[in-house]
Ligand binder design. Structure first.
Ligand SMILES: Nc1ncnc2c1ncn2[C@@H]1O[C@H](COP(=O)(O)OP(=O)(O)OP(=O)(O)O)[C@@H](O)[C@H]1O
Length: 343
């Protein structure tokens, strides 16, 4: 039996804005998403902000009803049998909500164990096992208010696992967590595999997805744009070189100028503090160094390197292709999904 089976899932949001001239906005957040996750698999859902990842997860974990389509978790239909689904799943989301700061980690876990109906005779053992799994054993008597963000996230995971769910939804668990703590968190997630838990993970960190996930679906504009193993997704850009340039103040017009160069297959910029990393995907062997630098004329440039493509580059290529259909430019796909109607 499959752990998760989503068939043509759709979800529309209706929201109202304005008082004197009320407007109703209809947003098609998820537009026909289908995928399957096998038991014991670690499946990643990647996509830009607003792609529809959280909405998809919320339909699978019964927090939202699909507008149409069907989904089953461990064979139970999310719409007609939500109680059976809830009994078998855990949900952990990034951020600060969901723990009691003034209590110790141990008291938090005891409280949630009661709430989730963990048998009193099993509670001690289960909590000890989980503290061990998430690397908090020895620190459990400290108040959560003194915990670092990474420790909190690991405690969140322990909380989500108290009732031994077969499927765990992890929505951006490493958001705001420093690199060392993120590494510990990844180890925790990888360890879940050993006891057969199926994990559906959303993340914005590509290295994390590459390291952890058996398969990944890239979602953009409410639909799945690519699905496969990390290696399979990377193979989409294997015929490319990546020119990475450290720049200070590159604007959209500079990126557009680079995009127009012959041999350039994609451009993206990532803010890194006061500077940007401009990533230019070029056809393999096309030596575009000088022409790309000329397009950035007038801007302070730091290090320039050519490197092999990573999962992040594959992801950028997939998302750019989905957004640039018919020359509509970045963001067009997202804009198409919201329509304003007079209320
Ligand atoms: N409650 C809501 N009411 C109206 N629109 C919503 C609501 N929740 C989400 N949306 C819209 O639906 C679309 C998908 O949002 P969703 O939160 O699922 O994306 P996401 O991929 O999880 O994004 P992020 O990475 O930013 O968390 C977005 O356009 C968002 O603005």
């Amino acid at each position: 039996m499959l752990a998760i089976e989503a068939k043509n899932l759709r979800r529309t949001y209706n929201s109202r804005t304005g008082f004197l001239r009320p407007r109703r906005t209809v947003t098609e957040a998820v537009r026909g998403v289908s995928f399957e996750v096998a038991r014991g698999e670690l499946f990643g859902l990647l996509g830009p902000n607003g792609a529809g990842k959280t909405t998809t997860i919320k339909m699978l974990n019964t927090l939202l009803l699909p507008t149409s389509g069907t989904a089953r978790v461990l064979g139970h239909d999310v719409a007609s049998d939500p109680v059976a689904v809830r009994r078998r799943i855990g949900y952990v989301f990034g951020g600060d909500r969901g723990l009691y700061d003034r209590l110790s980690a141990l008291d938090n876990l005891r409280y949630f164990a009661e709430l989730y109906g963990v048998e009193p005779r099993d509670q001690r053992r289960r909590i000890a096992e989980l503290l061990d799994l998430v690397g908090l054993a020895g620190r459990e008597k400290e108040r959560v208010e003194g915990y670092s963000r990474g420790m909190r996230q690991r405690l969140h995971i322990a909380r989500g696992l108290l009732h031994k769910p077969d499927v765990l939804f992890l929505d951006e668990p490493s958001i705001g967590v420093d690199p060392v703590a993120a590494r510990d968190l990844r180890r925790t997630v990888a360890d879940l595999r050993t006891d057969g838990t199926t994990v559906l993970l959303t993340t914005h960190y590509m290295a994390e997805a590459d390291e952890l996930c058996d398969r990944i679906a890239v979602i953009a504009g409410g639909t799945i744009q690519a699905l496969g193993t990390p290696d399979r997704l990377k193979s989409r850009v294997q015929e490319r070189d990546i020119l990475e340039i450290e720049a200070y103040g590159a604007a959209d017009e500079h990126l557009d100028r680079i995009r127009e160069l012959l041999g350039v297959r994609g451009v993206a910029a990532e803010e890194r503090g006061s500077r940007q990393a401009v990533m230019v995907q070029t056809e393999r062997g096309a030596d575009l160094h000088s022409r790309v630098l000329a397009a950035l004329d007038g801007i302070r440039i730091g290090r320039v390197v050519t490197r092999e493509p990573t999962l992040e580059d594959a992801y950028i290529a997939i998302v750019e292709e989905s957004e640039s259909g018919a020359d509509r430019g970045p963001g067009a796909a997202a804009a198409d999904r919201s329509k304003e109607v007079v209320a």
